[in-house]
Design a binder for this molecule. Structure first.
Ligand code: IPE
Ligand code: IPE
Ligand code: MG
Length: 244
């Protein structure tokens, strides 16, 4: 049931879902194909998942596409992924704009090539008037890197006299994170059976609910997302408090 129609205004479904899209390589391997074959299949899954969001009252969808640690992979895989990102953005820009999706990127752009960042900028610009679903793509994203970059800028503001050390609290730091305009994720899903976070949204997911599922990302469907949203609705989020 969509969360906004719950009696008493009690939200049931997750408003912000974040997904660690893992298992592309193993999916390809199982078919005797190169890892990039799995990445292409994985990219094709994104559209169905994004399109399922409005029906599930998911307003924010954040997906982990490439981590700051993924540069450790072979040059062939990294180059293939970068090419795939360029192709995906080029191919999907129009559909995303027309479907009411607002796209943002998080992560450090400095290490990405200029052709890719130009496409990222354009996609953000062309969808900035949309509000149906907010899709955030984490590309060259690592939570520790994000916190380090945030701290650097915060320290600069202190050095320049714009911020007093006494005013730094847990409301201040998130304003410097890449996710500053997003609510915290309610539900974090990781596919492929690995039960770890791999440097994804560490600060933001302090009180998120987690789902670690065995499905490999290229096999993930809207139906599975709907099932996970439903079981989220049955969870009791206490945030440290005791219910009266
Ligand atoms: C996730 O799939 C996509 C990226 C990390 C870019 P993997 O490539 O990690 O797939 P597995 O985990 O090796 O199966
Ligand atoms: C996390 O998956 C990063 C993405 C899904 C983009 P990895 O496959 O890189 O994580 P590890 O190496 O298994 O921790
Ligand atoms: Mg993996």
């Amino acid at each position: 049931m969509p969360r906004d129609t719950e009696p008493g205004g009690e939200p049931r479904g997750p408003r912000h879902v974040a997904i660690i899209m893992d298992g592309n390589g193993r999916w390809a391997q199982a078919r005797g194909r190169p890892r990039l074959f799995g990445h292409h299949a994985g990219a094709r899954r994104v559209r169905e998942v994004v399109e399922a969001c409005p029906g599930l009252s998911i307003k924010y969808l954040t997906i982990f596409a490439f981590s700051t640690e993924n540069w450790k992979r072979t040059q062939v895989e990294v180059a293939g992924l970068m090419k795939l990102f360029r192709r995906y953005i080029t191919k999907e820009t129009r559909a995303l704009r027309e479907k009411g999706v607002r796209v943002r990127f998080i992560g450090d752009r400095v290490r990405l090539d200029a052709k890719l960042t130009a496409l990222m900028d354009r996609l953000e610009r062309e969808t900035e008037g949309n509000d149906l679903v907010h899709l955030t793509i984490a590309l060259n994203y690592g939570s520790r890197d994000e916190v380090a970059r945030a701290t650097r800028r915060l320290a600069q503001d202190v050095a320049d006299g714009r911020l007093s050390p006494d005013d730094v609290d847990e409301e201040t730091l998130p304003k410097y994170l890449d996710t500053c305009v997003l609510p915290d994720p309610d539900l974090v899903i990781r596919t492929s059976g690995e039960a770890r976070i791999s440097n994804f949204l560490l600060w933001q997911s302090a009180y998120s609910e987690y789902e670690f599922i065995d499905t490999l990302w290229p096999d993930f469907t809207a139906a599975e997302l709907a099932r996970l949203c439903e079981s989220y609705g049955a969870r009791d989020r206490r945030f440290g408090a005791v219910k009266a």
